[in-house]
Design a protein around this ligand. Sequence first.
Ligand code: NAG
Ligand code: NAG
Ligand code: NAG
Ligand code: NAG
Ligand code: NAG
Ligand code: NAG
Length: 491
Amino acid sequence: MPLHSAVALFYAAASLFAIAGAEDPYRFYSWNVTYGDIYPLGVRQTGLLINGQFPGPDIHSVTNDNLIINVYNNLNESFLLSWNGVQQRRNSYEDGVFGTTCPIPPGKNFTYMLQVKDQIGTFYYYPSLGFHKAAGGFGGIRILSRPRIPVPFPDPAGDYTVLIGDWYKSNHTVLQAHLDGGKKLPFPDGVLINGRGPGGASFNVEQGKTYRLRISNVGLQNSLNFRIQNHRLTLVEVEGTHTLQTTYSSIDLHLGQSCSVLFTADQPAQDYYIVASTRFTNPVLTTTATLRYSNSAGPVSGPPPGGPTIQIDWSLNQARSIRTNLTASGPRPNPQGSYHYGLINTTRTIRLANSAGQVNGKQRYAVNSVSFVLPDTPLKLADYFKIGGVFRPGSISDNPYGGGIYLDTSVLNADYRAFVEIVFENTENIIQSWHLNGYSFFVVGMDGGQWTAASRNGYNLRDAVARCTTQVPKLIIFIQFNLAILVKTQC
Ligand SMILES: *[C@@H]1O[C@H](CO)[C@@H](O)[C@H](O)[C@H]1NC(C)=O
Ligand SMILES: *[C@@H]1O[C@H](CO)[C@@H](O)[C@H](O)[C@H]1NC(C)=O
Ligand SMILES: *[C@@H]1O[C@H](CO)[C@@H](O)[C@H](O)[C@H]1NC(C)=O
Ligand SMILES: *[C@@H]1O[C@H](CO)[C@@H](O)[C@H](O)[C@H]1NC(C)=O
Ligand SMILES: *[C@@H]1O[C@H](CO)[C@@H](O)[C@H](O)[C@H]1NC(C)=O
Ligand SMILES: *[C@@H]1O[C@H](CO)[C@@H](O)[C@H](O)[C@H]1NC(C)=O
C-alpha cells in the first residue's frame, strides 16, 4: 500500500511565501481538470483529464526554472496535485498534499508556483486526494541540466516519458468505497503504459541511435518490472541522481519511483515488445507497448520476453547495485561525490513500522500504530495562524509502539538541519513504498531480519543514491538522509 500520505512525517518548511527566484526563467501552464471517458482496457471508464489528456501533459523544465501552473478544478469534488520529487525549498505549501496545501474546491482554480531549485532528473505529478490517482491526472516531470553543466552521457536521439502502473476498471469512487467497506484493494485488472493497455502505446526509433526513457511507476499498489525485447537497458539516473551506468536486462520499479535508462536501437529493423509486468503477484499481469524502428521490416514477433516474477533476491541485488556516480555532476558543476554524507553524524534514529488493519469497520494503514487522519484545517495553516487543537507535535513515537491501530493526526517533530537516520520496518507480506515529500535521502542499506545498531556496519556510506522514494521489501531498510527541517512546526 502506498504510504505517500499515510502520515505527515516531517512537517517542515522555511519562510512562508518565499518568492520564486526572480532571475531564473519562468514557464507558465494553464490546466483544466475535468472528468472524461477513457478506455485504457477496452471498457469505458470515468477518467481524470488535464486539458483533455490522459495521462496529463508533461512538464519540461531546466534546473532553477520557476513553474507557474494555474489549475482549474472542473470536477465536482476537491482536487490537489502533488509534484512527486520536487523539493519545494521554502515552498512546502505548494507541495499539494493535504496537510501542507488546501485542496482546490470544485469550480475554483489555484496557481501553483514552484521552483525546481538545484534539481535535475525524472519525476512525475499525480492527484493526491482520495483515489483520484486511480482515474488519471498524472504526468511526467523532467528537469534538464543547465546547458553548461556536463551530463555524463551523450545527448540521446530521443527522450521519452514512460508512465507505467497497475490499473483498475473500477472508478476511483468505487475503489475508495471498497476500502471504506473494510476491504483491501482488489487485484488490479491490468497494467498500463502511458495510459494504454496491451499493444496500445508505441515508441519510434531510428536504427543505430540511442534513446532515453524516463520511466515512473504511477500505479496504486504493485511493483513492476520493465524490459524491452532483445534490448539492454543502461540505468543512468534515479530521481535526480546520476548513477553509475550499469546495464540490465530488465529493471524493477516500485511504486512512486522514477528512473532513466538509455538503450540503443541496435537490433535488426523490426518492431519489438516493450513490457511491464507485476512483481511478487500470482497471477502475473503483463502489458506491452511497441518499439518501432523507422525502417521496420515487420511487426513484433514471438511471445513478449519474460521477466522476474516472485524472485525477491533478484530485486534486492539490483537495488543494491544502484550507485551514485561520484565523479559525474548533478545539478551543479561540482561532482556528486563532493558531498560526503557518510561523514556526517546522525543525531537521531527513528524507526517506522507499517501495519494494516480495520478501524471502525474501514480498511486503514498505519505507521507506528497511527493511521493518519486528515484534519479539517491544513497543518501549515493551523501552525501559521496558531490554531489550537488541530495537531499535537510528537503525536507519533520514534519507535514502533506494538499496539493496535488508532487514528490521529500524526506529526513528528524534528530539528532544523538535523541529520536523521530512519529505519523502515516492514513485517507485512507486501512491498511498501516510502516517499518523503520534498526531500531526497540516501538509501544506505536494505536487508532482512531485525534491525540492530550493528546493522550500521553494513551501511553504504560512500556511494548510495539519494532519491525520494524507496521500496521496503518484506524486510527492513535503513535509510540515512539529510533533512532540513524545523524544530518547531513553523512555516
Ligand atoms: C474546462 O473544460 C470544461 C469542459 O470542456 C469547460 O466547460 C470549461 O470552460 C474549461 N475551463 C477552462 C478554464 O478552460
Ligand atoms: C463510479 O462508478 C459508480 C458505479 O458504476 C457510479 O455510480 C459513479 O457515478 C461513478 N463515479 C464517477 C466519478 O464516475
Ligand atoms: C460527481 O459526479 C460523479 C459522476 O457524475 C458522481 O458519480 C458523483 O456522485 C459526484 N460527486 C459529488 C460529490 O457530487
Ligand atoms: C485563477 O485564474 C485567473 C485567470 O483566469 C487568475 O487571474 C487567478 O489568479 C487565478 N486564481 C488563483 C487563486 O490562482
Ligand atoms: C561517471 O561519470 C563520468 C563523468 O564524470 C563518466 O565519464 C563515467 O563514464 C561515469 N561512469 C560510469 C560507470 O557511469
Ligand atoms: C562525528 O563524530 C566523530 C566521533 O565523535 C567526530 O570525530 C567527528 O568529527 C564527527 N563528524 C562531524 C562531521 O561532526
